[in-house]
Design a protein around this ligand. Sequence first.
Ligand SMILES: [Mn+2]
Length: 314
Amino acid sequence: MIQAIHQAILAHDKIIVARHKNPDLDAYGSQFGMYYALKNAFPEKQIFAIGDTNALNRFEPFEEATKELFEGSLYLMLDTVAIQMIGNDWHTYAKTVVLIDHHQNDPDIPYELYWKDTTSSSTSELVFLFLEGAKIPITPDSARAIFMGIVGDTGRFMFSTSSRTLLVASKLAEIGVNMKEIYGGMYTESLSSKQMKAAYFHSITITPQGVGYRKNDQAFLDEFHVDAHAASRGLVSQMSGIEEIPIWVNFTYDKSIDQILCEIRSRDKIVLDVAKAHGGGGHPTACGCRVATWEETDVIINELNQLLEETNHG
Ligand SMILES: [Mn+2]
């Protein structure tokens, strides 16, 4: 697969590197890890990074996507294979589509090549393996992006970290990533952010079965000036690592789509089927979905309760 993707890159003069909307650090890391390395290796090609931006962008601004930009292009879509996650149909204008992803979902983006590796910590790890396998030099700025992506998706090498992940991290360290700078940027936060987390933490609910949850309504988002996506993804980890809470879920109202974002996490129990039953997806112990009503969030809580009851009695 690495050679086939390499051939596709060689065969196109225009390459567009993209990832899912509302990017997390793995989306950014895989995108810019690829982008910087390709720009360096192929100065004669036109190479673009496109997508929406947010507070996590530690890289650079994006090229504006137009129909003309996509004409004759190779479209590298990273860290997702779902149209719902990219929220546009730019892929229909590309000449060739290549998907690289570590999620479980089945793709609904039509593609020429699809590299799927659900054992990978992150898409950033796959980008490293691709560049190394294709003998495309990994520049310092590419290495920095990839390292941030891996750290983001593994929670500083806590989750889904294999010996290969650590080997990749070691090779990135050899290239010269500045870990102090990277960790400083990723794990320093404002006082108001810390205060929001304290308020959040003090108001979580735990069911008798051990499902921890919180429902973040618009009033909560307004009080702390936080947007729905930041609250949804950013606060769920506040309930991790608590002995009494083997499964936890964060519900956040997103007024831009008039739906409730659900982030489901678990220590060991596989919770992905619950997310899938509500139209979502992700990883076995870290997944999500969107629902239309608060009543449906109660259904999810009940289903998670049931998973724990099966363990307790089975
Ligand atoms: Mn990822």
